[in-house]
Design a protein. Structure first.
Length: 557
């Protein structure tokens, strides 16, 4: 194995992930992706509780007092770096200690890594990680013959000897992990029980990938139906957001306010001249949350998130793929066809006398695949849009005379329905920007909308098919159920805008819609629309990486 440069050391923890699943290793240590599960959250909490004072190990753990804790070593000849939970000293020898959240393996189970038989006292991936730590101690001039692992779930402490077989297993894993790190993402495991408790199963999409490749039937459901955290909107002008302990503190101009636990906030949307402290901003982005800044009227002006360090190789594939005209056209055809079919579904569900529009939209959707240029495709989309928006007023059944809509208008919206549509599309755009950034794609470089400075063209591309399903549906419900009325708008000649109070009611209606569970037409399990936005971005990423043959947006039934 050749000596790596300083920035190419493999992490001993990464060897653990590699032995467990090469794809997991690639996702975490090559693409920089991570997601918490119940196990990882509890494991991290146990590590925090187990640190104790400097140089000590808490009494509940069955090993001697530690000489060192939270220590890091590296070696260029091995090409590995490791963080140590603890290092004890026994009889002049150093003993690395690992603290694991899960259970020890059942007695008598056989483990083989790279053709090398290992002991039966610990899981194979844990043995390789601890073996790497023992080799690092030796490489740095310390005497080390054994290590220890404490499995919290079974409250069992095991001793692992550094045998020749374990050393060769570690060196094999180092070579193989280095090879995988330089290549494409390995395929997912097939129907493996390891996937069930894996923290990245909703990112890896093992069964969904095999299904789309034609390998299996119904996938297991790993993706939670809804997010545990939600979107926090601060719409009152002059509000201030700070951090108090593990909560966001919100102070309103009138002196009122509230505190929201950080764990409950997946995204923060600020409107107008609301202010946020540096401490609150950093606390959010460190937890993976993002912050959107909107104008008083609701237009998206900026997004703050952690640095775009994830998945640089994916973005390289994105730029190459979207730079080819044939790829752009192929992807755009799929988006436009599904958008038209989803528009047709909205009319079919809500319009009783729109048979001509339904037939015309069906015909136009069928023409999309024959479009031989982006210009031709935009012409078909425009023709479908004119038919759809001509029919749209018939889907609205407000109290008599409250709403008048004459086609689609924007910048500015000229009537109340258009004001709601424009505002809703801004909320949808924000959600897609967040989803795309979370995957590691560049939301500003798309395949259909023109690439312009400051324009999130990929987010606009992916949201096209969801405009009718989400925002148009919200507007129809808000009007027909009387949630929003004609008096809820500021109306001047040529411009209409939601008032502040009704704007909050519309946001609530939008949030109800994106939190609504729907059955995915391909995977046949139920997800919220917001979860589906992230799934769509991830499926596009798989296409760009060459793992899936085609990206096709969600088409409702």
């Amino acid at each position: 194995m050749t000596s790596p440069s300083e920035n190419q050391y493999l992490q001993a923890r990464g060897l653990n992930e590699y032995v467990y699943c090469p794809r997991l290793f690639h996702l975490m240590y090559v693409q920089g992706l991570f997601d918490d599960s119940a196990d990882t959250v509890e494991g991290a909490a146990q590590h925090r509780r187990g640190r104790g004072k400097a140089g000590e190990v808490p009494d509940e753990l069955p090993w001697p007092k530690a000489q060192l804790r939270q220590f890091t070593l590296s070696d260029s000849s091995l090409g590995v770096v490791a963080g140590f939970d603890a290092i004890t000293g026994e009889g002049g020898l150093l003993v690395p200690v690992e603290d694991k959240h899960g259970p020890a393996p059942p007695a008598g189970r056989q483990f083989v890594v790279g053709g090398h038989a290992l002991a039966d006292v610990a899981w194979d991936n844990d043995q390789v990680q601890l073996g790497a730590q023992m080799l690092l101690l030796r490489a740095n001039g310390h005497a080390c013959e054994q290590g220890r692992i404490y499995y919290r779930k079974t409250k069992s402490s095991v001793v692992l000897l550094l045998t020749d077989s374990l050393e060769w297993a570690v060196r094999w894993a180092l070579d193989e992990a280095a090879r995988v790190a330089e290549g494409p993402m390995p395929p997912p495991l097939f129907d493996s029980p390891k996937c069930v408790r894996c923290s990245l199963n909703a990112i890896c999409l093992p069964d969904e990938t095999h299904l789309l490749q034609g390998g299996i039937g119904e996938p297991r459901k790993f993706i939670p139906g809804r997010d545990d955290a939600g979107v926090l909107y601060v719409t009152t002008p002059g509000s201030r957001i700070g951090k108090t302990g593990e909560s966001l503190s919100i102070t309103l101009p009138d002196g009122g306010g509230d505190e929201i636990p950080l764990r409950e906030v997946a995204h923060l949307s600020l409107y107008g001249n609301s202010q946020i402290s540096t401490q609150a901003m950093l606390a959010l982005v460190r937890r993976g949350a993002s912050i959107a800044y909107h104008s008083p009227g609701g237009w998206l002006e900026a997004v703050t998130s952690a640095p775009l360090t994830k998945n640089v190789h994916l973005r390289a594939e994105q730029y190459l793929a979207f730079g080819r005209q044939e790829n752009r056209l192929h992807l755009a055809r799929g988006v436009v066809e599904v958008k038209i079919r989803n528009q047709r579904t909205i009319i079919r569900r809500n319009g009783k006398e729109c048979a001509a529009a339904l037939e015309s939209l069906k015909e136009l959707a069928g023409q999309v695949r024959e479009a031989d240029s982006q210009e031709r495709l935009r012409g078909i989309e425009g023709a479908a849009g004119r038919i759809y928006w001509q029919a749209f007023p018939a889907l609205l059944r407000p109290a008599a005379g409250q709403f008048v809509m004459n086609g689609r208008s924007r910048r500015p919206p000229k009537d109340a329905p258009n004001a709601m549509l424009s505002y809703g599309y801004t909320l949808l755009l924000r959600d897609f920007v967040v989803a795309i950034q979370g995957v590691g794609l560049d939301p500003f470089y798309g395949f259909y909308h023109a690439v312009e400075a400051g324009r999130p063209s990929l987010a606009l591309d992916l949201m096209e098919a969801f405009r009718p399903l989400v925002v148009d549906s919200v507007v129809i419900r808000a009007v027909n159920e009387g949630v929003i009325g004609g008096d809820d708008f500021l109306q001047v000649p040529g411009c209409s805008q939601l008032k502040a109070g009704p704007k909050k009611k519309f946001i609530e209606a939008y949030e109800r819609r994106v939190d609504e569970l729907v059955t995915h037409p391909v995977f046949e399990y139920r997800l919220s629309y917001r979860r589906i936005f992230h799934l769509e971005a991830r499926l596009l990423a798989r296409v760009l990486e060459g793992e899936l043959p085609e990206y096709r947006p969600l088409q409702t039934r």
